[in-house]
Ligand binder design. Structure first.
Ligand code: AMP
Length: 306
């Protein structure tokens, strides 16, 4: 099953304590596609400017990512700059130059309108809803958003949430959206707004998934070298949805496996700058790390002797 992703395509300038990259390939749609394409065919809708070096996306075309929905417009490509603090947890946005992204009005090509799975990356909620209205009958829609939209476009965001299945956001955004400091209560309030599954990203502390009447925790992989956390959230979403699309099974157990594949892909993303590590992973590497997660989270509760 293929996945439609709508989001940003960017040239990022990123500073971390380990170095700096100028005009590195980035954007939510690109991180998502790079990760998800290890599992399923991907269809991308986005916009770039005339200055965009299209050859940098060749690795995606080779991996079954359909880029015909990527429009090239007169003007410059969206650029974002960020600087990370010493522990890589805090990030300061240095600049956001929307450029051609400012007037982004996604038009879904006819051949994508039958998409069964849709990832609405972090763009204006009005646009996210507009995209959904162009899709015939999606089986699974996941959405990412951020504080900017919660503050500035709450009504549109709430309207959009009524039409999606999975919401993937940070823990601070969960509290902000629900106006509730307690995470569990905040999650309940948001699930009543529409999404049946809520995934709370907690950075280096992993991700928590609320599904049906249970919750499940995926740790973050303990890495000795983390170079650049940019795009980890979108990469996580790519691994998560990619696995669901590959298997086509939407059971609770499969969602749990998908969450671990999300964490697995995010752990690769942060090991190098930009998308460097996501360019040519081997299936075997993904499988091995996925298995490591099983070792990290499994324990024998039957023989506790208690
Ligand atoms: P993340 O680290 O998950 O927040 O994703 C970082 C990616 O999001 C970078 O590659 C940026 O180019 C992109 N990005 C940053 N700000 C925005 C924005 N306002 N809208 C869309 N994409 C953005």
């Amino acid at each position: 099953m293929s996945i439609l992703v709508v989001g940003s395509v960017a040239l990022d300038t990123v500073e971390t304590p380990f170095g700096k990259a100028d005009d590195a390939l980035g954007g939510s749609a690109i991180y998502f596609s790079a990760a998800a394409s290890y599992f399923a065919p991907i269809r991308v809708v986005g916009v770039v400017g005339e200055d965009f070096p299209e050859e940098r996306l060749e690795f995606l075309s080779k991996r079954n990512v359909d880029l015909t929905g990527l429009e090239s417009k007169p003007g410059k490509t969206f650029r974002w700059g960020g600087r990370y603090g010493f522990d890589l947890n805090s990030r300061e946005t240095l600049f956001t130059h929307l450029n051609v992204f400012e007037d982004f009005a996604p038009v879904i090509p006819d051949k994508y309108r039958d998409s069964q799975m849709v990832f609405l990356a972090n763009i204006a909620p009005e646009l996210q809803l507009d995209v959904l209205q162009q899709i015939k009958s999606p089986r699974l829609v996941a959405l990412d958003t951020m504080n900017f939209w919660i503050e500035g476009s709450l009504t549109a965001l709430k309207e959009t949430l009524m039409h999606i299945h999975v919401l993937i956001i940070n823990d601070s955004e969960v509290r902000q959206l629900a106006k509730e400091p307690n995470l569990v209560k905040a999650v309940r309030a948001i699930r009543e707004m529409g999404p049946k599954v809520l995934i709370v990203k907690k950075g280096e502390h992993g991700a928590l998934m609320f599904i049906e009447d249970s919750y499940f925790w995926a740790p973050a992989y303990p890495l000795e070298f983390i170079y650049d956390p940019t795009g980890a959230g979108d990469t996580f979403a790519g691994g998560f949805m990619g696995y669901l699309a590959k298997t086509g099974e939407l059971s609770k157990e499969n969602y749990r496996r998908a969450l671990i594949f999300g964490s697995t892909m995010a752990s690769f993303c942060v090991e190098k700058f930009s998308l460097e590590k996501l360019v040519d992973l081997k299936d075997e590497e993904i499988r091995e790390r996925f298995t490591d997660f099983w070792h990290m989270t499994h324990f024998d509760h039957e023989n506790s002797g208690f």
